[in-house]
Design a protein around this ligand. Structure first.
Ligand code: GLA
Length: 724
């Protein structure tokens, strides 16, 4: 049984294959955390306490049972003696915000309850077990139900909280985090993913400072700048060995992950909706559900933690027919044509790409309204027949006649002031009456909390999908939210707008998928600006970055792989010199880097040399050959990108096949490069593509000794297959 309860000690034991999470109910009915880490026997945990050392200046609860400030609190509350960062703060009708939740009851059951209107991991009764604990603040009548779901196959725990106003008075939620995790004393490093447009998800590891450390977004989206993820790594933890705890929030809006470490190194982590610009008014009987948070424990270092996230998110978060189906190999016209195209241009790209083996044409921005540039047209989701004579239906039919699929770009949440939609409905934007609106990429943001706005968008998109055969949509989002106010919300609910926006987005995505169940969605936000777990629930692949330079992509894809599976990392071969960096890199290197993702092309194939086209055919053959090991295999990061070199390998789950890619970023005279496989079975025998045969042990320990050509930015691949 993954979840056990001891009547004697009033203790809960949550077990995954290799980790345990333990807490108990104390004499004052506080939930007190005991342990999270490598698996331990339940019998040994009796009343084991993590209580911290320094009691000076702590206060005790009135029943004298607990000093919350020095007690590892399972779900920390504000204003009742816990002076550290708190997960919950509710302002009651009398204006006070002290909050004090005590245990009432619990239940344990197989399976995982679904969330009403938010994305979450899922699992069958065979795969998951759930603990639900009801806690209550006896003074205000607020209730918090804590949900913990344990996965039978992964060292992961999914958590969330539901707050219910069980009183007869109104109350206001001011902060409600999805999880609070107490990590015992230690020397911790924190890892996180930071970035910017075209430089997303760079991985940084540094010593965790004492005091409070925050990873946050208040942009209305998870954003390019701070992905909703951190990990805590023991100072000695490496890519392969040592304690690693991962914290990932399934949320696309304003998120916050905070740590607070005290003088003894004891550590609390809270993750959830950012309380800045957040509030939620609860009338009697109303409830509020937080987004879901996922924690992962691994004793196998950063790499082990990543592999758990990859499998969990690929198998138990991504959904729909495309989750594990082979994705169509696509060509996108954006970098090939930008706004400058007509139906013949697009058809010719499709035709020539199709002849080389490409399976889908994606028509990017510029096909609708007066969209000849980025200053007009957003919101007018009607085909521009001056550009595309005969409309989308005809173009789609012609592309299908080539044996290819057809995909289309949308940016539903946005509106240009120069659009018919804006002229008809200026009040549909997020805006503060009387305050001029800030502008980003010449566009405003639609108020996604409004049903009429969502209905309009659904009708436009669904109508296009019904009238032209379209298998794929790229869903873009090219600015963040400012002057976030809704014309429809009363003053006391205006601080709900950021979260209501996100709920509205989820509702529209869900509705579109329900109405078009075979549709493949690819998420996008000026590249990877909203690349978060929540979006993967709707779109199993996400445009990783607008930076398509293969060398820049090494950092971006390395960082992205810390949490997200390869099957989600959308990656294309683009033209050279690269449009973002002006760097020229060989076709082979561009393809070898793009292969560590969903793989596709983003260039004007009609302008390619015959030589490059031949190379493209070879690449497409390799894409098919390696698809399974890359998409369903386990990723081992061998050499992180360091300006000199970078290497990774995929190993199939049954360890019968592996593919290693090595990138020599900067060459040096007569220098050999060495790289060792990981993840193979040491006792199996493997042969590479040139016929060299070794045991897994030799490939992993003696490794490969390679002299690259005297040229920067070259790659080589080694493909191993088991010999029985
Ligand atoms: C964003 C996307 C690009 C492209 C453009 C179109 O920047 O990230 O891939 O779709 O919008 O305007």
């Amino acid at each position: 049984m993954p979840i056990l309860y001891s009547e004697e000690f009033k203790s809960f034991y949550l077990n995954t294959p290799n980790s345990s999470y333990v807490f108990h109910v104390n004499d004052g009915n506080f939930l007190v955390h005991d342990y999270y880490g490598a698996k331990i026997p339940m019998e040994d945990m009796k009343a084991h306490s993590l209580m911290t050392g320094n009691t000076g200046f702590s206060v005790k609860s009135a029943d004298l049972t607990t000093a919350p400030d020095i007690t590892p609190m399972e779900y920390s509350c504000n204003g009742s003696g816990d002076f550290r960062i708190s997960a919950l703060q509710i302002r009651e009708a009398r204006g006070n915000a002290s909050t004090d939740m005590r245990y009432v009851s619990h239940k344990i059951y197989r399976g995982k309850p679904t969330m009403k209107d938010q994305p979450a991991t899922y699992g069958t009764e065979a795969e998951t077990e759930t603990l639900e604990i009801l806690t209550r603040d006896s003074v205000t009548g607020a209730e918090a139900t804590l949900y913990y779901t344990v996965f039978e196959n992964y060292d992961a725990i999914a958590r969330r909280v539901k707050i219910t106003n069980a009183s007869d008075k109104e109350m206001d939620l001011e902060r409600v985090y999805s999880s609070c995790t107490e990590i015992p004393f230690g020397n911790w490093d924190i890892g996180h993913l930071y970035g910017a447009w075209a430089r997303e998800r760079k991985f940084e590891r540094k010593e965790l400072p004492r005091g409070i450390h925050s990873i946050e977004s208040k942009r209305g989206a998870s954003g390019h700048f701070n992905n909703p993820f951190i990990c805590l790594l023991d100072r000695n933890t490496t890519e392969d060995v040592g304690d690693a705890y991962g914290f990932s929030l399934i949320y696309s809006g304003n998120c916050s992950i905070q740590t607070e470490a005290n003088v003894d190194g004891d550590l609390r982590v809270i993750m959830g909706i950012n309380p800045t610009d957040f509030g939620w008014h609860l009338n009697p009987g109303e409830s509020f559900e937080t987004p879901e948070a996922v924690t992962v424990y691994s004793a196998d270092g950063l790499g082990g933690m990543s592999r758990t996230f990859h499998k969990l998110y690929r198998n138990n978060l991504c959904r729909g027919p495309w989750k594990n189906a082979k994705r169509p190999l696509l060509i996108n016209n954006w970098e090939g044509t930008y706004f400058n195209f007509d139906e013949e241009k697009i058809y010719n790209i499709a035709k020539q790409a199709g002849e080389l083996g490409v399976e889908m044409l994606v028509l990017d921005d510029g096909w609708f309204g007066a969209r000849d540039h980025d200053r007009a047209g957003l919101g007018d989701w009607f085909v521009n027949e001056e550009k595309l004579k005969g409309g989308l239906g005809l173009l789609s039919d012609r592309i299908h006649a080539l044996g290819m699929k057809f995909g289309l770009w949308f940016e539903p949440e946005m509106i240009n002031p120069d659009s018919d939609l804006y002229r008809a409905h200026p009040d549909w934007c997020l805006r503060v009456e009387g305050r001029p609106m800030s502008i980003g990429r010449n566009q405003y943001v639609l108020d996604m909390s409004r049903k009429d706005v969502r209905d309009y968008l659904f009708d436009c998109m669904d109508n296009i999908l019904k009238h032209a055969k379209i298998e794929y949509i790229k869903w873009d989002f090219n600015r963040n939210l400012s002057e976030a106010a809704s014309a429809l919300l009363p003053a006391e609910r205006q601080n709900e707008i950021f979260h209501r926006y996100v709920l509205g987005l989820y509702e529209l995505l869900e509705r579109l998928l329900q109405a078009n169940p075979d549709l493949l969605l690819e998420g996008c936000s000026g590249g990877g600006g909203r690349f978060d777990p929540a979006m993967l629930y709707y779109s199993p692949q996400y445009w990783t970055s607008d930076d398509t330079d293969a060398i820049e992509r090494l950092d971006i894809q390395y960082g992205t792989s810390i949490v997200y599976p390869t099957s989600a990392i959308s990656s294309h071969v683009s033209a050279c010199p690269n449009h973002q960096t002006r760097r020229s890199v060989s076709m082979q290197t561009r393809a070898d880097v793009a292969l560590a993702g969903t793989f596709g092309y983003e260039l004007d194939v009609t302008k390619m040399s015959e030589e490059d086209k031949e190379e493209m055919k070879k690449q497409i053959a390799e894409y098919h050959k390696y698809y399974d090991v890359i998409h369903f295999g386990e990723l081992y990061r061998l050499i992180p990108p360091n300006g000199e070199e970078c290497a990774w390998c995929y190993v199939s789950e049954d360890k019968s096949e592996a593919l290693l890619t090595f990138v020599c970023v900067r060459c040096h005279p007569k220098t050999r490069h060495r790289v060792k496989f990981r993840g193979l079975d040491p006792n199996k025998t493997y042969q590479d593509q040139d016929g060299t045969v070794h045991s897994g042990s030799v490939w992993m320990n003696a490794g490969i000794n390679y002299m690259p050509p005297m040229q920067d930015h070259t790659t080589f691949k080694i493909h191993l297959t088991e010999i029985k």
